[in-house]
Design a protein around this ligand. Structure first.
Ligand code: AMP
Length: 415
């Protein structure tokens, strides 16, 4: 594995996997170019060091070639942000001539990798395909995927993976291609920052380490909770999943969201936390509503004694002081998942307060990491994104990394 800062790009062609999967409106205009901006430092580094770029990405979930998902729609923005003309290869498998013609300082963008099923390695069959057909199609695809990867690799002298958002997928361009560059593969800056940002919180953190986990379901966070139980000093549970824990403790949760089939798991987590001496905090005071609606009647209630007809929607201000106390004493804080139904302003107080507490403790010198789609939007919405130490945009990849899973995109570069 190489390091992008030390690698000699002079006269070399670098094939770079980026995540240009940006949202487009009906007129196919980019509505948020954050992901393109995030890859620019890596791309500029290659050009400035005398290398040439072959940029590859997916966009959306096409079932085959389609204008709607063409990367040509984002080409002007890539050129603008990169500050050099970028050529376009309208078929990622037929770009030999364009790649060969690249001179140092020049760039080429390949058309959407997912126009080919080989990128993901998943056969595109109709829903009524039999298991036999699926198996046969998968075997055929596995063979053609080898040629697909080989072709992409043939364009370049080195490989850079800067797409953290897809690092949890073992796709052709995110993992398989790396084997063609045993001595010339490396992470891009975004990928490196994401890995460092998360590692700083979970591998050798400055203690105490507090994790705050919210969101709707225990089931989707189970792997993370299990992994974090081996690392954290304090664990604050919030959001909808709080109620599965309250029920596991014998509380009355009224009509609150609850995963009945996770109650035993919740009990096991509570036991495990106790055995490990972890302070697992389930707040007692919640804001409840008589309907899942912004216009519903609401009141503050004991989380363990919610009347029928009422459901927990947010943490109540009575809980905020305790959060503050725990977090104030922490030197490292990790937050994933909203503390309530934050999409409704009336029930966003807990989530907003958590963002504020994190900003305050960061100012006092703690390392704070916020990750996961909803907590990231909440912190951005509050204007606190640059008041915490690191905001991970990795989404699913970040969650799997927090679960302790060896992500294929990372492994392929390191191995
Ligand atoms: P997740 O994707 O698991 O992080 O869950 C995020 C979702 O959890 C958001 O859409 C929130 O509205 C939802 N959520 C948070 N608290 C509650 C709650 N008390 N009841 C129902 N949904 C909740």
């Amino acid at each position: 594995m190489q390091n992008i800062d030390n690698y000699d790009f002079k006269g070399k062609k670098a094939i770079v996997r980026v995540d240009f999967n940006v949202p487009l409106n009906d007129q196919l205009q980019i509505t948020d170019d954050t992901r393109i901006r995030a890859a620019i430092p890596t791309l500029k580094k290659v050009l400035a060091s005398g290398g040439a770029l072959i940029i590859m990405s997916h966009l959306g979930r096409p079932k085959g070639p389609s204008d709607k998902y063409s990367l040509k729609h984002i080409l002007p923005r890539v050129q603008q942000l990169l500050g050099v003309p970028v050529r376009f290869a309208d078929d990622c498998q037929k770009a030999d001539a364009e790649a060969a013609a690249l001179k140092p300082g020049e760039a080429l963008l390949l058309e959407n990798l997912r126009f080919y099923a080989e990128e993901e390695g998943k056969p595109r069959l109709s829903d009524d395909a039999t298991d036999e057909q699926k198996k046969a199609a998968k075997a055929v695809l596995k063979e053609s995927q080898k040629n697909f990867v080989k072709k992409l690799a043939s364009y370049a002298d080195c490989y850079i993976n800067d797409a953290f958002g897809t690092a949890h997928r073992a796709h052709a361009s995110t993992a398989l291609i790396a084997s063609y560059f045993p001595d010339d593969k490396m992470f891009g800056y975004l990928m490196q920052n994401e890995i460092n940002g998360i590692d700083k919180a979970i591998k050798n953190p400055v203690r105490p380490l507090t994790a705050i986990l919210g969101g709707a379901k225990v089931s989707s966070k189970l792997g993370i909770i299990e992994n974090l139980l081996d690392k954290v000093d304090n664990l604050i549970i919030g959001g909808g999943m709080l109620f599965t824990f309250v029920k596991a403790e014998g509380g009355n949760i009224g009509d609150s969201i609850c995963e009945e089939d996770q109650i035993e798991e919740a009990k096991a987590i509570l036991e495990k936390a106790k055995a490990k001496g972890i302070d697992l905090y389930i707040h007692r005071k919640v804001t409840v509503a008589d309907a899942f609606s912004e216009d519903a009647n609401s009141k503050v209630c004991d989380a363990f004694d919610i009347p029928d007809g009422w459901r927990g929607m947010d943490a109540a201000p009575e809980s905020f002081e305790t959060w503050k106390e725990i977090i104030d004493k922490s030197k490292t804080v990790l937050w994933n998942g909203p503390m309530g139904v934050f999409e409704m302003p009336k029930f966003a107080k807990g989530t907003n307060e958590m963002a504020k507490i994190l900003a305050e403790v960061t100012e006092k010198g703690a390392y704070t990491l916020v990750g996961g789609g909803d907590s990231v939007s909440a912190i951005k919405h509050m204007g606190y994104a640059d008041k915490v130490s690191y905001v991970s945009t990795g989404g699913g990849a970040m969650l799997e990394y927090l679960e302790g899973i060896d992500l294929p995109g990372i492994k392929a570069i390191r191995d």
